[in-house]
Design a protein around this ligand. Structure first.
Ligand SMILES: Nc1ncnc2c1ncn2[C@@H]1O[C@H](COP(=O)(O)OP(=O)(O)OP(=O)(O)O)[C@@H](O)[C@H]1O
Length: 247
């Protein structure tokens, strides 16, 4: 299997607080990795190191073998979609303009191509076409989240980073969005790294689940292995929470 993202001996501190210490992780191309762990254990930090929003104190991050520090940061970010909790849409732009943002940069001379791309992505994330001319404040939380995902995907990234993208929506919308993102992953073969606090979500979506505690990897395994062979007490506790929630 080809490696898409690799963390090699990564150290990252904020002031005197060490968050990641000799962190090592390899993510296969096409994987859907869900990251779960205690609050403050470094999940968001790990995510932001992938798209260069944060720079490691030590160690190297590689994407398809290339050290990201040596890459053009604009090219890097254009290849990596980023969707986070709550609305990160451009408030002064309509739904259509938000989704078209990157495609219109890429297809400067071909407006029809951009319009077609917007239509296509709105369909995929189940946004009715009549919402095209609305502004973010005229949308529900779930619709805003869908626009955010469509915008991230419309840039045709190889990698999609998602930081609790469904944290702020009701449970029915959340279940729908989970199904949609799972289908998008299966259809596109994109590599997804997804941070969540919800063990059910982590086990449902992930082809691999990364369980972290205090900057250390507790287990990195398939959902079946996490369920049947929890590697540490921390993982066992997470799973017992899942069984309670399910039962
Ligand atoms: N810019 C910053 N300056 C100082 N400390 C920070 C900064 N960003 C994060 N931290 C601290 O680093 C630790 C790791 O933060 P991070 O956001 O990566 O954790 P997380 O696992 O995503 O947490 P949560 O599950 O609560 O979202 C936390 O203790 C946090 O308070």
């Amino acid at each position: 299997m080809e490696t898409m993202i690799e963390f090699q001996h990564i150290c990252k501190s904020y002031g005197t607080q060490v968050v990641l210490n000799d962190f090592q992780l390899s993510i296969e191309k096409g994987a859907f990795v869900t990251m779960i762990g205690s609050s403050g254990c470094g999940k968001t930090t790990a995510l932001k190191l992938i798209n260069g929003l944060l720079i490691p104190d030590e160690g190297t991050i590689r994407i398809e073998g290339t050290d990201i520090q040596t890459m053009d940061q604009n090219v890097l970010r254009r290849n990596i979609g980023y969707a986070i909790q709550g609305s990160v849409l451009f408030p002064h732009m309509s739904v259509e303009q938000n989704i078209a943002y990157v495609p219109s940069l890429l297809n400067r001379r071909d407006r029809q191509r951009t319009r077609d791309a917007v239509d296509q992505w709105m369909k995929i994330v189940h946004l009715p076409q009549e919402l095209k001319d609305r502004y973010p404040w005229e949308l529900s939380g779930g619709q805003q989240q869908r626009v955010g995902i469509a915008r991230a995907l419309a840039a045709s990234p190889d990698i999609l980073l998602m930081d609790e993208p469904f944290g702020a929506v009701d449970s029915i919308t959340r279940t729908q969005l989970q199904k949609e993102i799972k289908a998008i992953h299966e259809d596109s073969g994109i590599t997804i790294v997804f941070v969540t606090h919800d063990i059910n979500e982590a086990l449902y979506l992930g082809t691999r689940v990364l369980v972290m505690d205090q900057g250390a990897i507790q287990q990195y395994d398939t959902p079946d292995q996490i369920r049947s062979r929890p590697a540490t007490d921390f993982v066992r506790q997470l799973i017992s929470g899942q069984q309670q929630a399910a039962g």
